[in-house]
Design a protein. Structure first.
Length: 43
């Protein structure tokens, strides 16, 4: 595990951005997969 002291440095700001981008990308992927599955089911 990373020490919490190293996270709350200026690098920690980028770490938060990285986490937000990763979570947003994962959610977008799930939405995309869900939409494609719905399209297959409706066809």
């Amino acid at each position: 595990m990373i020490d919490t002291a190293t996270i709350y440095t200026p690098i920690g700001q980028w770490n938060n951005v990285y986490i937000i981008v990763t979570v947003a990308g994962t959610i977008a992927m799930f939405i995309f997969l869900g939409a494609s599955w719905q399209n297959r089911l409706h066809k």
